[in-house]
Design a protein around this ligand. Structure first.
Ligand SMILES: [Zn+2]
Ligand SMILES: [Zn+2]
Length: 173
């Protein structure tokens, strides 16, 4: 979905779109849409700056952090984003001054790409860690067996790599 920037007004207008599950790719190998994705919000323009706010929601499949099993995660996010044209000197200066300001992006051309906005917002809203279930046992770091399904004979002496480095150091002294 694209929104024509030229036609936007300062008062703004509501917009909404529902993407069917196969309609939008998240363009990441580790995440894909499981359900339809819904976006609804309001878009306005003041001079060259476009402002979009609203909510986006979907169910996304990622890999469990411990056992890599496909795991559904429900995501619902509120966003509030501003876009500047790529040729605005002032905009690029602002971006250099505030590299951390995620809320200002640059739009290319005459249309605002809502697909890209939805993709960005959904990926941003994903939790840093996703587990298939809280008590997931994960994979054995030695043989790779899924410890949820079977036990293995590897010695249970996993050492935190930080401690291992410390032990190494002590040996040398
Ligand atoms: Zn798991
Ligand atoms: Zn093992």
């Amino acid at each position: 979905m694209q929104i024509e920037i030229e036609k936007l007004t300062e008062a703004g207008q509501p917009f909404a779109h529902t993407y069917a599950a196969g309609e939008l790719s998240l363009e990441e190998e580790w995440a894909r849409l499981l359900s339809e994705a819904r976006i609804a919000g309001r878009v306005s323009r003041k001079r060259q700056r476009v402002h979009v706010s609203g909510t986006v929601e979907a169910e996304i499949e990622v890999s469990c952090d411990r056992c890599l099993k496909p795991t559904p995660v429900a995501v619902k996010s509120e966003f509030d984003v501003s876009y500047d044209p790529p040729d605005a000197d002032e905009a690029s200066e602002n971006m250099e001054l505030q590299p951390d300001d995620l809320a200002t992006s640059v739009y290319a051309g005459e249309r605002l790409d809502v697909d890209e906005l939805v993709r960005e917002q959904l990926l941003l809203a994903l939790p840093a860690r996703s587990l298939c279930r809280a008590e997931c046992q994960g994979l054995c770091p030695t043989c790779g067996v899924d410890l949820n399904e079977k036990k293995c004979d590897c010695a249970q002496q996993e050492i935190d790599p930080r401690w291992a480095a410390l032990a190494e150091l002590k040996k040398k002294q």
